[in-house]
Design a protein around this ligand. Sequence first.
Ligand SMILES: Cc1cc2nc3c(=O)[nH]c(=O)nc-3n(C[C@H](O)[C@H](O)[C@H](O)COP(=O)(O)OP(=O)(O)OC[C@H]3O[C@@H](n4cnc5c(N)ncnc54)[C@H](O)[C@@H]3O)c2cc1C
Length: 463
Amino acid sequence: MDSALFERLQCRRRGARFRNWAGTFQCQPAWHLAPTSEQVVIAIVCAARRGGLTVKAVGSGHSPSDIACTDSVMLNMDKMCRVLAHDAARCTATVEAGIRLRDLHTALAQRGLALSAVGSISDQSIGGAIATATHGTGLAYGDLSSAITALVLVDGTGARRECSAEADRDLFDAARCSLGALGIITQVTIQCEPAFMLRAVQTPTTLDAVLDDLDGVVQSAEHVRLWWFPHTDHAVVWRANRTRADTPRQSPESLVRDRLYGFHVYQLQLYKARFAPDDIPALAHEHFARRFDRRLEWVDDGFRVFNFDCLFPQYVNEWAVPLDRAAAALRQLRAWVDAQQQDPRGARVHFPVEVRFVRESTVWLSPAYRRAVCYIGVIMYRPYRTPVPYKRYWRAFEDIMRAHHGRPHWAKAHTMLYPELLAAYPRFADFVRLREACDPDGVFVNDYIRRHLIPPDPAQPRL
Ligand SMILES: Cc1cc2nc3c(=O)[nH]c(=O)nc-3n(C[C@H](O)[C@H](O)[C@H](O)COP(=O)(O)OP(=O)(O)OC[C@H]3O[C@@H](n4cnc5c(N)ncnc54)[C@H](O)[C@@H]3O)c2cc1C
């Protein structure tokens, strides 16, 4: 191992702990290295391979699972954040993979471009976001992985590999959502569109009203998402459409409603409910009444309208079911929550369930592979150092998602392991074969990859 190289690139104290954003997973990498270029990434991978070490890239550490964890070499990609090129006519931009989405929005806006759809936050790196098929919402819009038109990665042998729809198609379809298992992605080319503003309208409604006409609701705007408040029938539908660029900006934020109540008071109430869980259903009604039981309309740059404040660290789980299963899956989830409420010792659910829609994809490991999907996300409050019982909810949720052919969001801690994944993804076996070819010595293997991508019993014949 080339320890002089590693010493030079060391960006945090040796042995310092890494914690993901929510603080739900942590690890102690032996080395925290910050490469500055592709050549340096190649040198690190080659040195690690020679020295029998493993390497894990980390973006912003926002994944609510151990997907980015390692006790060996952690590559902090923050210094690889340059815009390398853009093509105004094609609306594409080529950037280094460590760039954070928020900086990407700014850089694209300066060039008159924007990402077509993003999720709730823009803190992630583009490399990390596509590694897990991060998505926003909109039935005509794919996840971020599907917006990639070309990429470059350094595989486990230290080789530089370029791929696109025209060059090395299999690698391209695998690497656009690869969980960090095929190599370190150094640059990506992204299909953007001309910069745009969105007009969002948020309206209170009921879950029954939404589910009775889910197809109509999903198609009622370019981007639609909804929240259902468990223990109640309250729901909120958020719709957003592109609007003329000269529309004046308006903000939906209210200091008292959103900051004072929505953050501080609400957090205190949730904390108290930790010791009095029977207060949670009333709290759900109050939260809806105080913050969401009104029509809101606002206009802003697209990415600002897509993003919102995710409040405080949480436990999260999210799966994608085929669109035609969405209403049945949500009805089943509501029936489970209602049954729990009748049981004095039953589970109580803190946060709204978030529902989003994503176009089908050709990316092998995208949960939207070959099917339009409805993502259903469940969230539980996570007070500092005070555990909340969420596992029973997770088990019931995952059982319902499985019954509706769901596939889990890769970034989140989920229980779908290798054998089930093999059945859930038509190209899973191809991905596994490609991983073995790209990384013959397991340089990019960590516990997450071992659990989900490596056959449980190596003695078993491979497909
Ligand atoms: C508050 C919050 C809100 C969120 N909202 C959404 C949402 O709206 N929609 C959604 O789909 N998801 C959402 N997520 C999940 C988030 O988008 C994913 O976890 C994403 O992967 C995080 O990106 P990151 O840069 O933090 O990656 P990390 O968590 O640091 O890493 C994720 C994976 O990417 C790999 N990786 C990172 N960089 C590279 C690289 N250059 N080359 C190869 N592999 C790499 C890592 O090794 C790891 O396997 C949210 C998460 C949080 C905490």
